[in-house]
Design a protein around this ligand. Structure first.
Ligand code: BYC
Length: 327
């Protein structure tokens, strides 16, 4: 997907069976792989793809919530929402930096997002028509993100794993602010409770899709698990999320929009109804309600910010020239 630069590890390492075995032995011994270490090209490409997609998701993820900053119902809600959206921007920056250590530039990654070559999470292509959507995003979307990201703190690639530690702490605050919004709405007037239930109805299934296709259809899953980039499969994390979230909905008196959802004594987890994978792939391929708006907004932000970018680069170049001249 991304063209590979030459920064970091030697991209010409010959991938002999001995080299691949030695690399796998490091992974199996739980050693962290660092940017300048020799690594198989596939490992590097998988990380650039996943970290790039993750970074784009954080940045695009600022848009649906940013939409509500000027309309948050109280000053306190507005302060919390601004802080949350700002955190997402920070997460995107750590992640772009982690990907850059693998020899891909931020410009390349952004171009691939804007051209539609690079993906971002399907979840951000749904609209946020009511205030309860902000509660549902915090509770469900950040809740799903935490479930996915806690294991990434143990990812075999050092810069990604370290970035995830801070990201997860912040996501935990985001999840609570969302759940607290839902709790207050669910305990409010009938209209407020209905609004909360409607948001849950619209966000539940897309949240389950965030974990990616079923294991049998996950193209990269097995290799990523062998490389300990991913620690759990898509279905395993989805199940953990369902099991953690259903009691939270019950606690605030909301109903999951899945008639097949049932506790399974034998498996000690919830069974759930079928996920609409046609919808998932349609949204991933650009056919969601908000895909076009999201990319248009990102393209505008990139173009509007070009002068800042150029000024920062010119400043950095000038400093480097001065440093060389002084040596
Ligand atoms: N949306 O082989 P698979 C957040 C793609 S942001 C779109 O299982 P993999 C937040 C997948 O890329 C949350 N595409 O892939 C921010 C692959 O296509 P390519 C973002 C998806 O990589 C603001 C194909 O389907 N989190 O937290 O092994 C506010 C086959 O899938 C999706 C991350 O990015 C999807 N949902 O596993 C609030 C976490 N799912 O690339 C919250 C890091 C799958 O071959 N990423 N695809 O063209 C991951 O953990 C993994 O990349 C995934 C997919 C579990 C998502």
């Amino acid at each position: 997907m991304y063209s590979q630069g030459l920064i970091g590890a030697d991209s010409h390492t010959e991938e002999t069976p001995e080299f691949l075995d030695a690399f796998q032995a490091r992974i199996d011994a739980e050693e962290k792989i660092e940017p300048n270490d020799p690594m198989p090209d596939g490992y590097r490409r998988t990380l650039v793809r996943q970290i790039g997609q993750h970074a784009h998701s954080e940045i695009v993820g600022m848009l649906p919530e940013g939409n509500w900053i000027t309309r948050a119902p109280t000053l306190k809600r507005k302060i919390a929402l601004i802080a949350k959206v700002q955190d997402e921007g920070g997460h995107g920056l750590y992640l772009y930096s982690a990907a850059e250590t693998l020899g891909v530039s931020r410009e390349q990654m952004t171009e691939e997002l804007l051209s539609g070559k690079a993906k971002y999470s399907s979840i951000f292509n749904y609209p946020t028509p009511t205030w309860a959507d902000i509660g549902a995003i915090g509770w469900l979307v950040d809740g799903a993100a935490i479930m996915n990201q806690i294991p990434l703190c143990r990812c075999s690639f050092g810069p990604y794993a370290r970035a995830m530690i801070r990201v997860c702490k912040e996501e935990s605050f985001h999840q609570r602010q969302g759940y607290e919004i839902m709790m207050q709405l669910a305990h409010g007037s009938k209209a407020q409770k209905d609004m909360a239930q409607d948001a849950l109805n619209r966000w539940w299934w897309p949240s389950l899709m965030m974990f990616g296709p079923h294991d049998a259809d996950s193209e990269h899953g097995d290799q990523s698990m062998a490389w300990k980039i991913k620690r759990f499969s898509n279905d395993a994390l989805r199940q953990k999320f369902i099991d953690a979230t259903v009691p939270q909905a019950e606690f605030i008196g909301l109903t999951m929009p899945d008639p097949d959802l049932k506790w399974n004594e034998e498996r000690s987890c919830y069974d759930h109804g079928p996920i609409d994978w046609d919808e998932f792939w349609r949204v991933v391929k650009g056919g969601g309600r908000m895909n076009r708006d999201r990319i248009t907004a990102r393209a505008k932000a990139w173009d509007d910010g070009a002068w800042v970018h150029e000024a920062a680069l010119a400043h950095a170049e000038k400093r480097a020239t001065r440093k060389v001249a002084a040596e």
